[in-house]
Design a protein around this ligand. Structure first.
Ligand code: HAM
Length: 402
């Protein structure tokens, strides 16, 4: 998955960034939000020897913005497109598709407020899933509006729903005080119907945010990306503004988000930088693997060609070791793996091993071959064998593979 992703990221002009696993706790409290689930109950936090509050990173966006500002990129090379792959940590109750250490593959485009960027990150995400041959995913998208729009929506929701407070679940009653937006994505049925009733008449988006979102949707239409508008997506991280989206898959059960993201136009300024637009997403690697396993063979792990060197006897092993080095040292257009036996197995066992590895060719060397100065090249598909002079081994295999 990582190497497939690297190819796609490179095409889109995104470059890799690696940030530390450990960050200061305050980074996430300020960016994800004090009252969010991640910050209140899901961070692995510690005090280090210097009594500093540190955490294992629960996500990648805030650390990347921190690194961007620390490197002064906002002053020198404002617009940056980054991708990342790595472990994230959240102290959640483990279940299928929800781990305490999991992996994300993500991207962040920092320094642009253009609608093309919202569309590009979504296109990037679908290109990754398509390249991984994931089928049947669904994109849901929403517009949260700017900071002011979010505040006005929060106020309206609090006003309308306080009247119905007793009908809300315990969590939503708390959310109503702390962060009323989170009520929108409550999974509880009675809360949902109440919210849907109350939400119908709410108008909170300013003209600018409305226009931006329409342009994003027009870009997506031009790119042929299918999506569903869902006014109830709010996301569990407070830094989002305007466009937010989630990608779900029916094969995942209750933890059905394969990935998610959106625009975060205030995060850079909230962290002490200038006012700059930015957008990104992260995919959950383990969740993609769950879907891939259910779909049956998708990405072929043996997309590389394997050439196995099987030897009998000391002289043959020495020659085989030399030949495999020659093969590996050459330049190959295709992905080729050269391997041999390191356990002194019998020839039969070596052939079994070659089969297991899906070898296309096996180079067989025994005492006979040593005396003739050639190796026996076996095509594992056709079962045909031919003698090849040691000096011709690289050229012959090249001719057959490339
Ligand atoms: P997030 O929705 O918290 O967003 O996580 C993104 C994806 O990571 C989820 O959709 C899911 O696939 C995966 N994921 C999250 N928690 C777990 C877990 N405990 N176990 C397994 N997989 C998990 C973010 O993290 C944002 N930083 C995304 C983003 C980037 N927004 C803008 N840029």
């Amino acid at each position: 998955m990582e190497s497939i992703s690297q190819d796609i990221f490179q095409k889109f002009g995104y470059r890799e960034i690696r940030t530390p696993i450990i960050e200061e706790k305050s980074l996430f409290v300020k960016s994800i939000g004090e009252e969010t689930d991640i910050v209140t109950k899901e961070m692995f936090s510690f005090k280090d020897r210097g009594e500093r509050e540190i955490v294992l990173r629960p996500e990648g966006t805030a650390p990347i913005v921190r690194a961007y500002l620390e490197a002064n990129l906002h002053k020198t090379d404002t617009f940056q497109k980054f991708y990342y792959m790595g472990s994230m940590f959240r102290a959640e109750r483990p279940q299928a598709g929800r781990m305490r250490q999991f992996h994300q593959i993500g991207a962040e485009a920092i320094g642009s407020g253009l609608p093309e960027i919202d569309a590009e990150v979504i296109k990037l995400l679908t290109s990754l899933l398509d390249a991984m041959k994931i089928k049947g995913y669904k994109i849901r998208i929403n517009n949260l509006g700017c900071k002011e729009d979010k505040t006005s929506l929060s106020k309206t929701l609090r006003g309308v729903l306080t009247k119905e407070k007793n009908a809300l679940c315990d969590d939503c009653r708390k959310r109503l005080d702390i962060n009323p937006l989170r009520v929108l994505d409550c999974k509880n049925e009675s809360c949902r119907s109440l919210i849907r009733g109350a939400f119908k008449s709410v108008k909170f988006l300013c003209k600018k945010c409305d226009e931006h979102f329409n342009k994003v949707l027009a870009c997506l239409d031009r790119l042929g990306i299918k999506y569903e508008l869902d006014p109830y997506i709010v996301r569990g991280l407070d830094y989002y503004t305007q466009t937010v989206f989630e990608v779900t898959h029916p094969g995942l059960g209750s933890q059905d988000a394969l990935g998610a993201g959106g625009r975060y136009d205030n995060l850079i300024s909230d962290m002490g930088g200038p006012q700059l637009g930015a957008a990104g997403f992260a995919l959950g690697v383990e969740r993609i693997l769950i879907v891939a396993a259910k779909q049956g063979p998708t990405v072929d792990p043996h997309d590389e060609k394997v050439v196995y060197v099987a030897t009998m006897g000391d002289a043959a092993r020495k020659k085989g070791f030399e030949l495999i080095d020659l093969l590996r040292s050459d330049k190959w257009e295709k992905k080729v793996v050269f391997d041999m036996d390191y356990e002194n197995k019998s020839l039969k066992a070596q052939m079994r091993e070659a089969d297991k590895l899906g070898a296309k060719f096996v180079l067989i060397i025994g005492d006979d071959e040593i005396s003739k100065g050639e190796a026996m090249l076996r095509d594992m598909m056709t079962k045909e064998q031919q003698g090849v002079k040691f000096d011709d081994v690289v050229r012959t295999i090249k001719g057959k593979i490339e």
